[in-house]
Design a protein around this ligand. Structure first.
Ligand code: ADP
Length: 469
């Protein structure tokens, strides 16, 4: 395994989780062992001390009732019964001379150790000692029998130590197994927890190679992972829509820019190859100016939509009287409507209808809708009205024109989209896009209802209150 791969494994969440689990298991099993050890050791010691106390009481009774000789006999019997290597009994004078004892052959060093624990005036003193040559420790109880004589009873702790050693060995084995389990569980949990993330990484890499339609499959691996996968899929969905839109806009824009440029080129070519009178050049220049204006208008509108959509352009948030804007728009467009033989009716209340926003942009929205209504209506009338609802100012533009086909209706707000039957009418397919962008920037809404041959109704609603953004 290369050094780079090794260090990248060390950085993985899986590796860290494995470490954490192993450490956790180690700490927990150590704590359990320590607790077991302490409880066991203190329990065993209490049992030994109770035995020592019982023996001391019995020996004391014999000493008091039958004297040293009987005690010495009892020492011997008792030690032989329990094992001369496992217990010892002895009686010491005030000068630490041995007055009576069990068989001390197996207790080598003990003879020199006469003052083990100073016995209290009443009761027992306990001490645990280690004797050289004696494999196990010894628990010794000393009791004052009166007249300065000391009774000492010692029990070898071999059984206890054996049990504790056994417990320790068992623990070590269990500890090793726990560490292996901790490692395994940590690795498994890390792998399972990260599998969703791994899949997202794979899909991201796949998308990086150009497969934008790829999606992460949900496997119910827990809410967080499922939420992450869903959020990732939603993001991909949005990106795919944006990429498709961008592609369409670029194609449409290329098409829309190519037509006027082709026309400009054609004009120039015709003039050059023609008779070349001054009037021809003047006509050509005039038409080129017109086509160039058309091009500039497209580019400016595109830039404006992009700026507002991306939030780069900050809006003025001033009180705007929509009654006034609608009334003025009606007056401005009436001559155009009349030129086409249409009746333009304006229905606006006399009082002000205040919204907070940018008056120039709101004027542009109404102008675009009115322009379309007049453009796509050949007979009948156009009704422009404004009213206030509970929280919005609602402006409607209703015409009795061609209407919009079912096929076109879902697309008319898209950039550069032009209805099939509108191709013969001047326009660039950006008017409604711009209107929608402006209305959305005012936190408003724009809707349309239309039936082919029966006219269209566009409704714009803008909130009355000051905007939060
Ligand atoms: P343009 O009018 O320049 O084509 P717009 O974005 O303003 O671009 O409108 C997009 C399309 O929506 C138009 O091409 C037309 O097909 C349709 N449309 C818009 N307004 C109306 C209307 N009032 N009546 C019928 N069709 C309309």
């Amino acid at each position: 395994m290369s050094l780079k791969r090794k260090s990248s494994i060390l950085l993985t969440v899986r590796f860290r989780l494995t470490l954490i689990y192993t450490a956790l298991f180690a700490v927990l099993s150590l704590a359990v062992f320590l607790l077991t050890y302490l409880v066991l050791a203190s329990g065993l010691q209490q049992r030994i001390d109770a035995d020592l106390q019982k023996s001391a009481k019995e020996f004391e009774a014999i000493y008091r009732t039958q004297g040293i000789k009987a005690l010495s006999d009892d020492f011997r019997h008792e030690s032989e019964a329990k094992g001369i290597e496992d217990v010892f009994f002895r009686l010491l004078s005030p000068h630490r001379e041995l007055l009576a004892s069990s068989n001390l052959r197996a207790w080598g060093e003990l003879a020199e150790k006469t003052s083990l624990a100073a016995p209290p005036h009443k009761g027992l003193a306990f001490i645990t000692i280690a004797l050289s040559g004696h494999h196990y420790k010894v628990r010794v109880a000393s009791s004052n029998l009166g007249e300065g004589n000391t009774l000492q009873i010692g029990y070898s702790l071999n059984d206890n130590d054996k049990l504790i050693n056994h417990v320790r060995e068992t623990f070590l084995l269990a500890f090793a197994l726990t560490l292996i389990c901790g490692c395994g569980i940590g690795w498994f949990v890390g792998k399972r927890a990260m599998s969703g993330v791994d899949r997202i990484t794979q899909i991201a890499a796949h998308i990086g190679q150009g497969n934008i339609a790829s999606r992460v499959i949900l496997y119910n691996e827990g809410k967080e992972i499922d939420d992450l996968c869903m959020a990732f899929n939603n993001m991909l969905e949005r990106i795919q829509v944006l990429v498709t839109e961008l592609k369409e806009v670029t194609e449409n824009m290329a098409h829309d820019l190519r037509s006027p440029i082709t026309r400009i080129r054609g004009l120039a070519e015709m003039t050059l190859t023609g008779e070349q009178h001054l009037e021809d050049y003047q006509d050509m220049a005039g038409m080129i100016v017109e086509e160039s204006d058309h091009l500039i208008a497209i580019i400016n509108t595109m830039l404006e939509i992009a700026k507002v959509d991306s939030g780069i352009e900050k809006f003025l948030r001033m009180p705007v009287d929509m009654s006034e804007i609608v009334r003025t728009a009606g007056e401005l467009f009436r001559p155009f409507a009349e030129d086409k033989g249409l009746y333009l009716e304006v229905d606006v209340p006399s009082e002000a209808l205040i919204v907070y926003g940018d008056s120039t942009k709101l004027q542009r929205v109404i102008a675009n809708l009115l322009d379309n209504a007049i453009k796509y209506t050949s007979t009948g009338k156009v009704l422009l009205s404004a009213r206030e609802t509970q929280s919005n100012v609602v402006i409607s533009v209703i015409d009795s024109g061609t209407g919009i086909t079912e096929k076109d209706l879902p697309h008319i707000f898209e950039r550069f989209y032009r209805g099939d039957q509108s191709r013969s009418t001047p326009g660039n397919g950006l008017g409604l896009s711009l209107a929608q962008t402006y209305v959305h920037a005012h936190e408003g809404n724009i809707t349309v209802e239309s039936f082919q041959g029966m006219g269209s109704t566009f409704i714009v609603s803008v909130p009355c209150g000051p905007s939060v953004s």
